[in-house]
Design a protein around this ligand. Structure first.
Ligand code: CA
Length: 733
């Protein structure tokens, strides 16, 4: 063989290897196009069996890939769901518990790890995490909720740019623009995140004609009376019957005409305010004739209550579905771009939304509850060569799994601290759970006392059962999704479900352990209890007076200084500018909330007396280690905010009449742990429990009439016992 022939062979071999290598790395690192919307219920996607709308482009992802029927969020609300996705962790671990929190962008997120793995990353559209995006080579995001019409976008330099046009289309345009101009040599992660179909549902005019002359079918549970489940359901403020606002939701102009049906405040239709005159004219031509016809019928008294609810439902659901249509259009444009540019084969396409939504089920709009409609997230995924087209996946997946999944696709390591799990093994198993896959998911909602008044609750869901727990009322609700898919009745008190209940309770406690959920350290407001909210406000107002030298922090036993302990307080602390920061019924988590939400005001006391935890025992017999962690967190907060204040940490007072009372023993176990938090410089510890007890450990009614709260004599003993320490720590005489 002549020399040049050898060279040619070598060259061919080299080229072949190079090609093989390129193909291999391409397979290892597919592009990821993550299309995400806001509040899109699976029930409003054709592939998930929608009877009310058509979504051909979304359905295409399902038919060419997989749809997950058991896809759930970890916390059914906008910001928290996004934080769960970015971090692969539940809310209590990533710190973003509720809308209004600020995402700590310095923490570990999957886009940062994708960058490390060689991906170019982009984030366009709704972000909603307050802090700027991190982990992206390029981003352009809506401020807060953003707007449908002529929206502003925050730029990477912090400035804002207003675009003319419709938000959903603009975000798709931006995504396409970035894809066209990307570095073709690197794999990409594109997160294209829509505002739509979030409230207040302002559609594009090209979709005005949809459903124009037809009624969307009403769900069977539109007139749910909330019987057979927790009484907290009735306190909701998210019903189509009572909580649709005149201008904001229902698109009327002017003052509310029928306050008994629409409330007294119209709410502002901010979208209308952003429109150009031309857009306004198009808008009014759509809405005003229907509005006028409705107002006339109302004035003539022609509509029954039920018909009024139906009218509101149609107004709401049609606008909602029209907003979705623009999302589906955008998905179609992105899929076409992949087709036209030979990218479809090596790009994983995902469609999801931050949670589900009530489309009138249970009489509601909005989300938050752990019921199916808002717990479920749509999850469609296409990955040519890996996922069998048309896969109908039953495995239980959750939004904390997305990050680990993308990292595995990228060939990057999934950090152990991520709580979610890559679903790649499930994808390769035709969407079925593998032998070691999870049997149930954990869910927690924390946004108490906020808009829509949905209580804090958490729970577990298996393939068939769902157990929910409401800490405020300490109630379990148990649902059998096979027998009662609409969740109209809790079986927790049905004796035939006793075994299911105890089994699900065990799963609940085990999953909370597994995910490191300790409610004693998770800041919690009780603002849904009116008296608590008022007291909390009063304490915050009192704390604006910076003259405080001595603060007492705790629960009802501390609050009692204003009751039975009043005279003793006056005698001992009357001239020490003392403040009472106690609220009855509070547990460690509530004190954590209060101290970080205003209760410390401007005070800089010399000494803070802290006693807390007996309600963690009394309400739940909570594990002493967990309660101690709550106390430790409070000490940390005091250290951060009042570094010069000496803390006198008191052992939790004895409770129950005798020595072997189980709750007293729990408090003793907590005290054993918290005693060690004293550093004798900033934090000092004292256990004065003995001053209330007789020699044999009996707790007399003459000191604590109810075996928990002190009477005046009890407060005298308390004050007397700590006085020497106060004098030493505060320099009083
Ligand atoms: Ca949302």
């Amino acid at each position: 063989m002549r020399l040049h022939q050898l060279s040619v062979v070598r060259l061919i071999l080299l080229l072949t290897f190079a090609l093989l290598e390129q193909t291999a790395s391409a397979q290892e690192q597919p592009n990821i196009l993550f299309i995400f919307s806001d509040d899109h219920a699976p029930n409003a996607i054709g592939a998930f069996g929608s009877k009310i709308n058509k979504t051909p482009h979304l359905d295409r992802i399902a038919s060419e890939g997989a749809k997950f029927n058991n896809s759930f969020c970890a916390n059914s609300i906008c910001g928290p769901s996004r934080a769960c996705i970015l971090t692969g962790k539940h809310s209590h671990m990533n710190g973003f518990l509720r809308n209004g929190n600020r995402f700590d962008g310095t923490q570990l997120t999957f886009p940062k790890l994708m960058q490390n793995a060689g991906y170019q990353t982009a984030m366009l559209g709704k972000w909603h995490l307050s802090s700027d995006p991190t982990g992206f080579d390029y981003w352009e995001v809506l401020p807060g909720q953003g707007s449908y019409y002529n929206p502003d976008f925050i730029q990477m330099d912090g400035s804002r740019k207003r675009y003319h046009g419709y938000c959903t289309d603009l975000i798709t345009d931006m995504a396409l623009e970035w894809l066209k101009n990307r570095d073709g040599d690197k794999p990409f992660l594109m997160m294209c995140q829509h505002k739509a179909p979030h409230r207040n549902w302002a559609p594009h005019p090209r979709h005005f004609s949809l459903y124009k002359n037809e009624d969307v079918p009403e769900p069977a549970t539109l007139h749910d009376d909330y019987s057979g489940r927790s009484s907290l359901l009735r306190q909701n403020e998210m019903s189509i019957r009572s909580h649709m606002r005149w201008a904001h939701d229902m698109k009327f102009h002017g003052d509310v005409l029928f306050p008994e049906h629409f409330g007294t405040s119209p709410g502002r239709n901010g979208e209308y305010g952003r429109m150009t005159d031309e857009q306004k004219a198009t808008w009014d031509a759509q809405y005003e004739p229907e509005n006028k016809a409705f107002i006339e019928k109302m004035k003539a008294g022609k509509l029954t209550d039920k018909e009024i609810i139906s009218w509101k439902y149609q107004r709401y659901i049609k606008d909602y579905l029209r907003c979705i249509q623009a999302v589906d259009d955008g998905v179609g444009r992105l899929l076409k771009f992949l087709d036209d540019n030979d990218l479809a084969k090596n790009t994983v396409v995902i469609y999801s939304s931050d949670q589900g939504f009530y489309l009138g089920e249970h009489g509601w709009y909005d989300k938050r509850w752990m019921f199916e409609e808002s717990l479920r997230m749509p999850f469609l995924i296409r990955w040519p060569g890996v996922i069998r087209p048309g896969t109908d996946a039953p495995a239980l997946i959750q939004n904390i799994d997305y990050g680990p999944t993308f990292l595995e696709m990228a060939g990057a390591e999934v950090p152990a601290e991520m709580q979610g799990r890559s679903i790649v093994e499930v994808l390769k198993n035709n969407g079925r759970p593998t032998a070691s896959w999870r049997d149930s998911i954990y869910y927690a909602y924390y946004e108490n006392a906020a808009v829509h008044n949905v209580p804090v609750h958490d729970g577990v869901r298996s393939d068939r059962y769902k157990l929910m727990y409401y800490p405020r009322t300490r109630e379990w609700n148990l649902f059998d999704l096979e027998k009662d898919p609409q969740e109209m009745r809790s079986f927790h008190d049905d004796p035939t479900y006793a075994k299911v209940l105890s089994g699900m309770q065990k799963r609940y406690h085990d999953l909370r352990d597994f995910y490191d959920v300790n409610s004693a350290v998770i800041p919690a407001t009780r603002g849904d209890e009116v008296w608590w909210k008022e007291r909390d406000r009063t304490l915050t107002a009192n704390a604006r007076n910076g003259k405080v030298e001595l603060a007492f922090i705790g629960d009802s036993i501390t609050q009692g200084w204003e009751g039975r302990g009043k005279n003793v307080w006056q005698k001992y602390y009357g001239d020490r500018n003392a403040i009472n920061l106690g609220i009855g019924g509070d547990r460690t988590e509530h004190v954590i909330w209060r101290l970080t939400h205003g209760n410390l005001g401007k005070i800089k006391p010399k000494v803070a007396v802290l006693m807390i935890g007996t309600n963690n025992t009394g309400h739940f017999d909570q594990d002493p280690e967990e309660v101690a962690a709550g106390v430790e967190r409070i000490l940390e907060i005091l250290g951060e905010r009042l570094p010069k204040t000496k803390v006198l940490l008191l052992g939790i007072f004895p409770r129950g009449r005798d020595r072997l009372d189980s709750k007293r023993l729990n408090n003793i176990a907590i005290n054993q742990i918290i005693r060690r938090f004293a550093d004798k410089e900033r934090v000092h510890y004292a256990d004065i429990g003995d001053v209330f007890l007789e020699e044999d450990g009996h707790l007399p009614a003459s000191i604590m009439p109810d075996a928990l709260h002190l009477n005046e004599e009890g407060y005298e003993r308390w004050a007397n016992a700590i006085e020497p320490m106060l004098q030493e720590l505060g320099g009083w005489e």
